[in-house]
Design a protein around this ligand. Structure first.
Ligand code: PMP
Length: 397
């Protein structure tokens, strides 16, 4: 049964919804998923690293032994044994993290949205790196902040540049390990300086860390969280160390903020899948990640080396790039007059794709920059794709 046709609805979207923009990356991913394209555009982890059998065994075990609990609604803050496991793995001598500080989220992307919801009012000053993670800019934008760009150099965020912007700002969003999009990491000295500066100004510091475990030489960097658990909000994710399809991340926050985030989460989706959390706990509880992560580091490290060597061979003088020690991305700076957006059109016509740098800037973009991901492309295709890009760039010099 259906009513008679009425005039179509004239949708009046909220101002917030009018603010929503499609992520440029998700748009170009649609093009670049075509198999004939050599795509350095994706931010996707390599599916070769997904532990499918381990996950399958864990799903079977959880459903067989604890199916009624796994399939029921769960608590908003998350599955306690997994939160306890995370708390233990983040605690170091002199800095104990408690499960009460941890909220499980549907990917760490949801943590960005919830943080925006509880910390940002319209016009609030929000400090971000230059450039920064596009997905965070997109998540925060909904709450209509005033973004202030903090300086970065070859060693990442410059702590000194925070001071003039800090008073009255709501938060600083930082990516200390193998940053998306540049692949840069902050030195220990800069981390300490940054944590101290933020503490001095009472400025909440968000440490977004999905790539920290993917250091090619295996050496972990100290977390800013442990340097000041009362002022640092830490975000972690299982996307890059297990699989992104399970959509499981978490945020660690000082208790008053953790409780607010929990309320916001309750309103958003009640809780993150209990089944998923129990399965991930089953997978990680006996140390699986310690055997598994080295194989991801090896693969990504080898492919990073292949790309760096190809860049050295094929890119002309006048082009520079980062040399990451971990993670998934290399950041390229072209001569000032070359627009990476135009280069992308030509590259796609030649069956190669990358992400232009401009969307990663909260304010004035540097249009001569671009991001290359090497993790899903085998070395011979990396060489082939970089050679094509090198040829297109040389033609513009
Ligand atoms: N933060 C950063 C820096 C990222 O690169 C990503 C994913 N690309 C996320 C957060 C979100 O990841 P997820 O929701 O899969 O945990």
């Amino acid at each position: 049964m259906k009513i008679n046709p009425s005039p179509p609805i004239e949708w009046r979207f909220s101002q917030r919804a009018q603010q929503l923009q499609s992520s440029f990356i998700r748009e170009i991913l649609k093009i670049t998923q075509r198999p004939e394209i050599i795509s350095f555009a994706g931010g996707l982890p390599s599916p070769a690293t997904f532990p499918v059998e381990k996950m399958q065994a864990a799903f079977d075990k959880v459903l067989a032994n604890n199916g009624k609990v796994a399939l029921q609604y769960g608590p908003t803050d998350g599955y306690l044994p997994l939160r306890q496991w995370i708390a233990d793995s983040l605690s170091i001598e002199g800095s104990t993290i408690s499960p009460e500080q941890i909220l499980m989220t549907s990917g760490s992307q949801q943590a960005l949205d919830l943080l925006g919801k509880v910390l940002i009012d319209e016009g609030s000053r929000v400090l971000v790196e230059t450039p920064s993670y596009l997905g965070a800019l997109q998540a925060f934008s909904v709450y209509r902040p005033q973004f202030a760009s903090v300086d970065t150099d070859d060693e990442g965020l410059v702590p000194d540049s925070v001071t003039p912007l800090a008073d009255g700002a709501r938060l600083l969003y930082a990516l200390p390990n193998f940053q998306n999009p540049t692949g840069r990491s902050l030195s220990v000295a800069r981390r300490l300086e940054l944590v101290e500066t933020c503490a001095r100004h009472g400025l909440p510091l968000i440490e977004d860390d999905p790539y920290g475990a993917l250091s090619y030489n295996g050496a972990p960097s100290p977390k800013m969280l442990n340097m000041n658990p009362d002022g640092v909000i830490y975000m972690g994710s299982f996307s890059k160390v297990l699989t992104p399809g399970i959509r499981l991340g978490y945020v660690v926050a000082p208790l008053p903020l953790a409780r607010r985030l929990e309320l916001a989460k309750q309103a958003a989706d009640l809780h993150t899948s209990q089944l998923t959390q129990m399965v991930v706990h089953e997978v990680v509880k006996d140390g699986f990640l310690e055997q598994h992560i080295p194989s991801i580091r090896q693969l990504y490290g080898d492919q990073c080396q292949a790309m760096l060597a190809a860049l050295e061979t094929h890119f002309p003088a006048g082009v520079s790039w980062t040399r990451p020690q971990g993670g998934m991305f290399i950041w390229v700076t072209l001569p000032q007059h070359i627009d990476a957006m135009q280069l992308l059109d030509e590259a796609i016509a030649n069956k190669v794709a990358f992400v232009p740098g401009a969307p990663f800037y909260a304010n004035t973009p540097e249009t001569n920059t671009l991001r290359l991901s090497f993790v899903t492309v085998p070395p011979e295709r990396i060489r082939e794709g970089v050679a094509i890009l090198g040829r297109l760039i040389k033609a513009k010099m």
